[in-house]
Design a protein around this ligand. Structure first.
Ligand code: SIN
Length: 289
C-alpha cells in the first residue's frame, strides 16, 4: 500500500507517497472512458499533488491518447521520433547495451519550446526487476525556500532554453542517436533554437510561483554563459534538494501524470543490462509567465 489515504474525494482515492509531492490515485480504470466527475477529481488531485500515479492500467497508445486529450492538444517532440502508427506517442526504450537513458537528468519537459509541455503521461510497458525509478521535485517548494533577496534578484530574469544543445562538440540529438535505441528526427523548420522563459513562473491554474530552472537553461538573458553559470548552477542544485522530492517505483502497467509547470523529474539509469520500455505523451502548455 502506498502512503496515507485522503478521503475528501468522492470518486477516487489518493494516497501520498512523500511529504512534498506525489500521490497514488486508485479507483480509476483509465482504459475506459471517464465521466466528467472523475476527470474533475483527477484534475484536482494533479493540482494538489503535482504528480499522480495509477497502478495496473491496461493501456494502449489509443487509450493513452484518449486520456491525455482531456487536458489539451498533444505536444509532438521536435527531436525524437514517435511510434510508427502513433507519432504522438514516444516509446522510451532503454535496452541492454544502451549507455544512456532518455530523461536521465533533472528537467521539465520541452522547456526549450516557446510553449513547453503542460503535463506528461508516462505508462510502463516493461520495467527492470529492480531500478529504473523516477524522481520528481516540487518547484513551488524550491522557490519558497529561497531567501527574499534571491527571490528579488531572479524575479525579472529569463533563462535561455536550448533543446539540442552541444555536449562535448556533438549535439544532444547526435549523442542520443549514438547511445540510446531511440530514433531522432530533424526539428520542424520553425522550431526556434532558443526559447526565453522566466526563472520564476506563475502557475496559470493555482496562481502559485515556482522555480523554473530545468537542465535546458543554457544561459541567462543578456548575460554571457560564464556570467550566468554560477547562478544557474546554484538554482539547479537547490531545485533538486531531497526534501523537495519523491521517488516512484514502477511496475508494469503503472502510469504517472505530472505537471511540468511546477515540477522537475529525473529518470534513474541504474539497470545497465536490463530493458525498460515506457510510452510517453506530452500535453501542450501555455507560454510561461
Ligand atoms: C522523461 O523524462 O520523460 C522520462 C522519465 C522516465 O523515463 O522515467
Amino acid at each position: 500500500m502506498d502512503g496515507f489515504p485522503n478521503t475528501k474525494y468522492r470518486t477516487i482515492e489518493t494516497r501520498r507517497i512523500a511529504g512534498s509531492l506525489g500521490a497514488v490515485v486508485s479507483g480509476v480504470n483509465l482504459a475506459e472512458p471517464l465521466t466528467d466527475d472523475v476527470l474533475a477529481e483527477i484534475r484536482l488531485a494533479l493540482l494538489e499533488n503535482l504528480v499522480i500515479f495509477f497502478r495496473n492500467q491496461d493501456m494502449t497508445p489509443e487509450r493513452l491518447l484518449r486520456f491525455a486529450r482531456h487536458w489539451g492538444d498533444i505536444h509532438l517532440h521536435p527531436y525524437m521520433a514517435g511510434m510508427p502508427d502513433h507519432p504522438e506517442v514516444l516509446e522510451l526504450a532503454k535496452k541492454a547495451g544502451d549507455k544512456r537513458n532518455f530523461g536521465g537528468d533533472w528537467h521539465t519537459d520541452q522547456m526549450f519550446a516557446p510553449r513547453p509541455a503542460m503535463g506528461t503521461m508516462l505508462w510502463a510497458k516493461q520495467v527492470p526487476d529492480a531500478g529504473g525509478d523516477t524522481l520528481f521535485s516540487n518547484q513551488y517548494l524550491a522557490y519558497e525556500a529561497l531567501s527574499d533577496g534571491m527571490k528579488r534578484l531572479i524575479s525579472g530574469i529569463r533563462g535561455m532554453c536550448v533543446g539540442d544543445r552541444k555536449k562535448g562538440g556533438a549535439t544532444r540529438a547526435a549523442v542520443n542517436a549514438a547511445t540510446i535505441s531511440m530514433k531522432t528526427i530533424e526539428p520542424p523548420p520553425d522550431m526556434p533554437k532558443v526559447s526565453p522563459h522566466p526563472l520564476v513562473r506563475t502557475h496559470p491554474e493555482t496562481g502559485r510561483k515556482s522555480l523554473y530552472i530545468g537542465g535546458h537553461v543554457h544561459y541567462l538573458e543578456a548575460m554571457t554563459e560564464e556570467e550566468s553559470a554560477p547562478l544557474i548552477q546554484y538554482l539547479y542544485q537547490h531545485s533538486q534538494r531531497p526534501e523537495f522530492t519523491c521517488r516512484f517505483r514502477w511496475e508494469p502497467g503503472s502510469l504517472a501524470f505530472w505537471d511540468n509547470r511546477c515540477t522537475m523529474h529525473f529518470a534513474i539509469n541504474d539497470y545497465p543490462p536490463d530493458t525498460r520500455v515506457m510510452h510517453r505523451v506530452t500535453i501542450r502548455g501555455d507560454e510561461p509567465f
